[in-house]
Write a protein that binds this ligand. Structure first.
Ligand SMILES: CC(C)(COP(=O)(O)OP(=O)(O)OC[C@H]1O[C@@H](n2cnc3c(N)ncnc32)[C@H](O)[C@@H]1OP(=O)(O)O)[C@@H](O)C(=O)NCCC(=O)NCCS
Length: 128
């Protein structure tokens, strides 16, 4: 489960990414992240997550560092609406970039459309 997503769709997303980073503690998956890039100019980093039991142990920093070392491009974008995570990214050199626009089709976020129906019926606390 990653950000409310699970199953074949999130698996395909990782398989289709240009770079993926997985961190294991023995057989236990404790960290994930991925990037999509054209290899020359642009890259986007997605789905950076460390298991709660393992946070604040530099695992997220190390994953970002490993991804960035393999992204020889002039602009790397990432999206995060989590204030804590934004502090983490700012420490790693990411800054506000106001020229970014996004077009959202929220119904495509989850495999199961009913999952989205449950979420939109809850109060919205943040949005892009
Ligand atoms: C944000 C996240 C990736 C950071 O990974 P991490 O391994 O915990 O980060 P690090 O240990 O490398 O932290 C480095 C620094 O980032 C900052 N930081 C990290 N997590 C933070 C938090 N929760 N609150 C405030 N600052 C934080 C701190 O400054 C920290 O340094 P410090 O521990 O010396 O104070 C991780 O906390 C996480 O997965 N959070 C949940 C995000 C999520 O749900 N993502 C889903 C995306 S789909």
């Amino acid at each position: 489960m990653l950000g409310g997503r699970a199953g074949a769709k999130i698996r395909r997303a990782f398989e289709s990414s240009s770079l993926v980073c997985f961190v294991f503690d023995d057989a236990r998956l404790i960290g994930v992240s991925r990037a999509i890039t054209d290899g020359d100019y642009h890259a986007v980093i997605y789905d950076v997550a460390v298991h709660p039991d393992y946070q604040r142990r530099s695992i997220g920093s190390r994953m970002l560092s490993e991804l960035l070392d393999r992204l020889p491009v002039w602009r790397v974008i990432l999206v995060s609406d989590d204030a804590d995570a934004q502090r983490f990214y700012r420490r790693l050199g990411f800054a506000d970039y106001p020229d970014v626009l996004a077009r959202l089709d929220r119904g495509r976020l989850y495999d199961d459309a009913s999952h989205w129906d449950q979420i939109v019926s809850q109060p919205v606390t943040s949005s892009i």
